[in-house]
Write a protein that binds this ligand. Structure first.
Ligand SMILES: [Zn+2]
Length: 529
């Protein structure tokens, strides 16, 4: 999730100026002076640079195992891989169960247009889709109709019987906005945008007029005897669609590429009665455990205080979950490897938390926070990374009044080649969601997001079918692993315990007093009725 660079309140503007690139001059803080062992820092940088394990790990995890949807066999395979990888480095790691989820295995999807012409279509089942019962199903298509109200839709519903139903709008252009901006005229761009807005509003109204929520609509189509549902969630990037979870229970739900969905839609609309054949071999696996992977280097002086390196391990499964959040995972694993090698006896305990089911609502980290109050009480710092493959460019103080002091102190040991890209803002505001640091912030623990630059994360890779190994920018990930390892080292060594004193949160627009986000319970029984 992209992080806004929060506007600071007046106090912080005068007292806590935004620390600009490379401007770390913390000599004026004698009380908490903290001298890093430059030898350790140098060794971390050299090992991360000359003997990086990122590509090896990235290939094993992203190519070899693949995506890590909660409830899938790949998530378990990946967790076993992580535990073994840590063990090979001499680091204790374990799988910690915190609940259950609906189990599912994706299997093959094969889709062909067979009439009026033959073309193999690009698409895939949505997560937790139903299957075609081991057969290939052939059927004609219908589009959700334009109706006046729910009664009219109920009257139409029998038309879905035996059909594949198209439930998404057709995109008027398969070109990205940046492509239009480069080659269109002012007039043609304006016309395209107006047309797209109009079509989007009209299709939203079409769905609304059925009187059904997306979930109820899928169930109604299934009940009416539709043999499958086709949708297309274009991500406004060439070739990229977002692949989320299916709503229908038994029949398959398929996302088609923008190009192929548009083709089928237009053929249907023009009365050519296109026929599709579909084979979808996913498997329902009943109920399976949901879990986190935890790795640990025990503290030597203050074993009951914790520095936590945090990244969610799970992903959506339209591709390999490379930048969401394979790269955050690799950063935390590589950082712990570096620490184990050059800082094997940390003052405080250093944990890596690779969380499960972040994508369905921060479930793994919320479970950890709920189940480990004694750890959470004694957290020195949490560093979380989860917004793509880019180098870290932003750290904000999450509403901890004195975060400027200690984050600044810790950053001062990081090479300038890394900090020069980082803008900080303090004390910031407590993040209420978006990624796992929020689970800790809500519990009052100093937790921070190491926020990346975008590399077109929101359109090209975030939850898309294009989030693959080749999108990883390894130089940036390496930069982040060094940053994280040094921050963890400094946080662990700090003579002082990081302050948790919160800022006074400004009142909202209607004058209600500002509130710190509340801790929330995880979903420990996911995808089950
Ligand atoms: Zn993520």
């Amino acid at each position: 999730m992209a992080m806004k660079n929060y506007t600071l309140n007046r106090l912080s503007k005068t007292v806590f100026t935004t620390v600009a690139a490379g401007a770390f001059a913390f000599a004026a803080m004698p009380v908490f002076a903290q001298r890093p062992d430059t030898n350790i820092v140098k060794k971390i940088v050299a090992e991360a640079t000359n003997n990086s394990q990122l590509k090896k790990m990235g290939h094993e995890l992203l190519d070899g195992i693949g995506p890590r949807l909660v409830g899938t066999p790949q998530m378990k395979t990946a967790a076993d891989w992580a535990v073994k990888t840590f063990a090979d480095w001499g680091i204790n790691a374990r799988i910690e169960n915190w609940g259950t989820w609906r189990g599912w295995d994706r299997g093959i999807t094969h889709i062909d247009l067979i009439s009026p012409r033959v073309r193999t279509l690009e698409g895939m089942q949505l997560a937790w889709s139903g299957n075609t019962g081991g057969k290939t199903v052939t059927a004609e298509t219908v589009i959700i109709p334009e109706v006046a109200d729910s009664a009219a839709f109920a009257k139409w519903l029998p038309n879905a019987k035996g059909k594949f139903v198209l439930i998404s709008m057709v995109q008027p252009t398969g070109r990205t906005d940046y492509n239009w901006d480069e080659f269109g005229t002012k007039e043609s761009i304006a016309k395209m945008k107006a047309e797209r807005d109009e079509l989007t509003a009209a299709f939203a109204k079409r769905i609304r007029n059925t009187g059904l929520s997306p979930l109820a609509l899928a169930n109604a189509l299934e009940k009416a005897g539709a043999v499958g549902i086709f949708s297309s969630y274009w991500s406004r990037a060439f070739g990229a669609n977002k692949i989320f979870g299916a709503q229908a229970k038994k029949i398959p739900t398929i996302d088609l590429s923008l190009e192929d969905y548009g083709l089928v839609y237009r053929l249907t609309e023009s009365g050519q009665k296109p026929k599709l054949s579909l084979r979808a071999d996913s498997k329902d696996l009943g109920v399976v455990p949901s879990f986190n992977v935890m790795a640990e280097i025990k503290g030597s002086e203050k074993p009951d205080e914790y520095v936590i390196l945090s990244a969610h391990f799970d992903s959506w499964d339209g591709a390999s979950g490379a930048t969401d959040n394979g790269t955050g995972t690799l950063v935390m694993m590589e950082a712990l490897r570096l620490l184990k090698k050059f800082y094997p006896n940390p003052k405080r305990t250093i944990l890596v938390g690779l969380w499960g089911s972040e994508e369905q609502g921060l479930n793994g980290s919320r479970a950890f926070v709920e189940d480990n109050p004694n750890v959470v009480k004694n957290i020195q710092a949490v560093f979380n990374q989860d917004n793509g493959t880019g180098r870290v460019v932003n750290i904000q103080g999450q509403g901890f009044l004195h975060s400027y002091d200690y984050i600044g102190r810790w950053l001062s040991a990081v090479p300038r080649s890394i900090t020069q890209h980082i803008e900080t803002s303090f004390p910031g505001r407590p993040g209420a969601g978006g990624s796992d640091y929020a689970s800790f912030v809500a519990a009052g623990a100093p937790a921070f997001s190491l926020s990346s630059n975008s590399w077109s994360y929101g359109t090209y890779t975030w939850h898309t079918n294009k989030d693959t190994y080749d999108k990883v920018v390894f130089d940036d990930v390496q930069n982040n692993a060094i940053l994280t390892a040094i921050l963890a080292y400094m946080a662990s060594e700090d003579p002082a315990k990081a302050s948790r004193e919160p800022v006074v949160i400004p009142a909202d627009r209607s004058g209600n007093p500002g509130k710190w986000p509340e801790p929330r319970s995880p979903n420990r029984k996911g995808g089950q009725d």
